[in-house]
Ligand binder design. Structure first.
Ligand code: MTE
Length: 306
C-alpha cells in the first residue's frame, strides 16, 4: 500500500451481494443436514447481514483470485497467485494464548469441527480504493472465540500470519512491513455476527493467494484488517500492535472502518473502483454495513478513530 503508484490506485466501487446465507456444517454434519432437507439457503432481508445492494454483482472468480494483496509473496497484484501455490496448508495449526482459559495449539480441523459453515457475499473494500464483491465461505469468528473461552479481562484479539521465509519469499526481503503480519480487533468487533473466519470462497476451498487455509473477513473495515493464513489468535487487555498501523500510523488506523468522509493522506476515500467495472462508485459508510455495525462505535469520533 505504501509503495503504490497513482496508476495503481483505481477508483471504483464495491458491490455487495447475496440476500442469502447458505448454511452448512463443517465435517460430517453437512451430509446429515442435506439429508434432513435443511441445507437450503436461508433468506435474509436485503438490509440484513449480507448487506446486499441491488446493483451489486459478484466479482468474477478470476479477478478475485488473481488481483491480490499478500505481501509475503510479493508486492505486485499478480505475485500472490504466481508464488503462493507452494504454501503448505495441510496440516495447519493455530496457537491460542493470552487471556484465555486454556492456552493450546489447535489443529485447524479440530478448531472448526462442528461449527456452522456459511456462504456469505460481502463487499470487500481495500484501503487503496479498489473493491470487489466476494462470496466467502466460513464460520462466524464468534463461534470460534466462544470455543476458546476467553477470560472476562480480554478486550482485544490479535491475529498473526505464518512466519516462514522459506515458504514466503516476501519475508526474505525488506518491505514497508515487519513480519509476521499482525492484525487485531476489539473483542466486540470480533464477536459481531458479520465477522467471519473464512476457509473458502466461490463455494471452494480458499486459494492460497487469498489466505488459505484461514483468513479473517471484516466487511465494514478496509481489507488490510483481513489477515491471511492465520497461525495464532491471542486475547489481550490492551490494543495490540498491528502491522500497517505500526508501519505508518498516520495512514492506517487500528480501527480502519470504511469511511468515505476521511481521506487517506495521499488519496480520496470518497470513491472506489469496483474491479471489473469502468466508472467509479461512491464509497459507502462502513462499506454499506452501517445499520449493522454503527452502534459498535457510539460515542467515538469516527474522524479521529479512522
Ligand atoms: N494478510 C497478510 N498476511 N499479508 C498481506 O499482505 N494484505 C491485506 C489483507 N490481508 C495482506 C493480508 C490487504 S492490504 C488486503 S486489501 C487484503 O488482504 C486482500 O485480500 P484479497 O487478496 O483476498 O483480495
Amino acid at each position: 500500500m505504501l509503495i503504490r503508484r497513482p496508476a495503481d490506485i483505481p477508483s471504483s466501487e464495491i458491490t455487495s451481494e447475496s440476500d442469502y446465507i447458505n448454511r452448512r456444517s463443517f465435517m460430517g454434519a453437512a451430509g446429515a443436514l442435506a439429508l434432513a432437507g435443511l441445507a437450503a439457503p436461508s433468506v435474509l432481508s436485503a438490509a440484513g447481514a449480507t448487506g446486499r445492494a441491488q446493483d451489486d454483482k459478484v466479482t468474477s472468480e478470476e479477478d478475485a483470485t488473481s488481483y491480490n494483496n499478500f505481501y509475503e509473496f510479493g508486492l505486485g497484484k499478480d505475485d500472490p497467485k504466481r508464488y503462493a501455490g507452494s504454501l503448505k496448508t495441510v496440516p495447519w495449526t493455530v496457537a491460542v494464548d493470552g487471556l484465555v482459559k486454556a492456552p493450546k495449539r489447535w489443529d485447524l480441523n479440530q478448531l472448526l469441527a462442528g461449527l456452522t459453515v456459511e456462504d456469505r457475499t460481502y463487499r470487500h473494500r481495500c484501503v487503496e480504493a479498489w473493491s470487489m464483491v466476494i462470496p466467502w465461505r466460513g464460520v462466524r469468528l464468534r463461534d470460534v472465540l466462544a470455543r476458546l473461552e476467553p477470560m472476562p479481562s480480554a478486550k482485544f484479539v490479535e491475529f498473526t500470519t505464518l512466519l516462514d521465509p522459506r515458504q514466503m519469499p516476501g519475508q526474505r526481503s525488506s518491505s514497508s512491513l515487519t513480519w509476521p503480519y499482525r492484525e487485531g480487533l476489539r473483542l466486540d468487533e470480533a464477536m459481531h455476527p458479520l465477522t467471519l473466519l473464512a476457509t473458502g470462497m466461490y463455494g471452494k476451498p480458499m486459494p492460497n493467494q487469498n489466505g488459505a487455509p484461514l483468513r479473517l473477513v471484516v466487511p465494514w473495515k478496509y481489507g488490510f484488517k483481513g489477515i491471511k493464513s492465520i497461525v495464532s489468535i491471542k486475547f489481550t487487555d490492551k490494543m495490540p500492535s498491528t502491522s500497517w498501523n505500526d508501519s505508518i500510523p498516520s495512514e492506517y488506523g487500528f480501527y480502519a472502518n470504511v469511511n468515505p468522509t476521511v481521506d487517506h493522506p495521499r488519496w480520496t476515500q470518497a470513491k472506489e473502483r469496483r474491479i471489473g467495472e469502468f466508472l467509479r462508485r461512491n464509497t459507502l459508510m462502513f462499506n454499506g454495513y452501517a445499520s449493522e455495525v454503527a452502534s459498535l462505535y457510539t460515542g467515538m469520533d469516527l474522524r479521529k478513530f479512522y
